[in-house]
Design a protein around this ligand. Structure first.
Ligand code: ZN
Length: 278
């Protein structure tokens, strides 16, 4: 599935879960405003998590949010090489006895520094993933953050080097991530619980979407166990039709969410708050 298909499927599954008796009290609790914010945060987390597993793909929508465009990356890479070579030449020539004007040698550190900066910009995605992973690991070790922080930190550090639809797309990774987020959310603030619930559902919805294509997903512990339904090609007519159907399902669920407030004795706080606005 491409990004539109993943988001449509994720939001449809997330919306269906929102009106279910299992998740609704979990997300739509507390005051009316809190319930509205909680539901919105939950659905935003579902949409974001429905794209997040493709961070393991170098040019996916999720990855492109963390890096420059392809042409700018190439430009920064070329510029980085030119600046580094120029800086090295200006630095090394005086070392081998070739005298240069003082101003020229003074430029060497500047050229080397800007060259490294240009290289860094061309690898911005990898740097941000590593920085995020290192931050989470540091928080786990120094500030006693829960184990899910270390788990996510290691995953982010591995992301630049692992293959697409490898470890990050396995059900075992999803089970560990879900268990970690779920246990972390217990006893946390309402908005943390809403985001964690949305992240878990969005992540699984992404894996469900990947099952439809040719590549499918495979097990981490049993790599030969793979499920690929071969139902349609990425971005094709079938996928676009499924995506539109998913949005219809989502809209239906949102309507149910509001109608439930008028017909049920157990009024959904979030929908009641929306109605109270009018
Ligand atoms: Zn995927």
């Amino acid at each position: 599935m491409n990004k539109k298909g993943h988001v449509a499927l994720g939001v449809a599954i997330g919306s269906a879960a929102l009106v279910s008796p299992y998740l609704n009290p979990y997300v739509s609790s507390g005051s009316s405003w809190q319930a509205i914010c909680s539901s919105v945060l939950y659905l935003a987390a579902v949409a974001a998590a429905s794209l997040a597993p493709d961070l393991d793909h170098k040019t996916s929508t999720a990855s492109n949010l963390l890096q420059l465009s392809s042409s700018k990356r190439k430009g920064a890479w070329m510029l980085g090489w030119l600046l580094l070579i120029a800086g090295l030449i200006l630095f090394l020539l005086p070392q081998v006895g070739y005298a240069l004007p003082e101003k020229a040698t003074a430029c060497a550190p500047f050229l080397l520094g800007t060259g490294i900066l240009a290289f860094s910009l061309s690898k911005l995605r990898s740097l941000l993933l590593l920085a995020g992973g290192a931050g989470l690991l540091t928080a786990y070790m120094l500030y006693d953050w829960p184990w899910i922080a270390a788990f996510a930190g290691v995953a982010l550090c591995l992301m630049p080097v692992i293959q697409h639809r490898g470890l990050i797309h396995t059900p075992e990774f999803a089970i560990a991530l879900s268990a970690g987020l779920w246990t972390f959310a217990q006893g946390e603030a309402w908005w943390v619980q809403a985001i964690c619930a949305g992240a878990v559902i969005g992540w699984w919805a992404h894996l469900a979407g990947d099952l439809f294509g040719r590549e499918g997903i495979h097990s981490f512990l049993l790599p030969k166990v793979k499920v690929a339904l071969h139902l349609f090609d990425n971005g094709g007519l079938v996928e676009r039709t499924i995506a539109r159907s998913c949005w219809l399902v989502s809209i239906t669920m949102w309507l149910l969410y509001i109608v439930a407030t008028c017909t049920s004795t157990q009024i959904v706080p979030g929908a009641r708050a929306i109605l109270e606005l009018y």
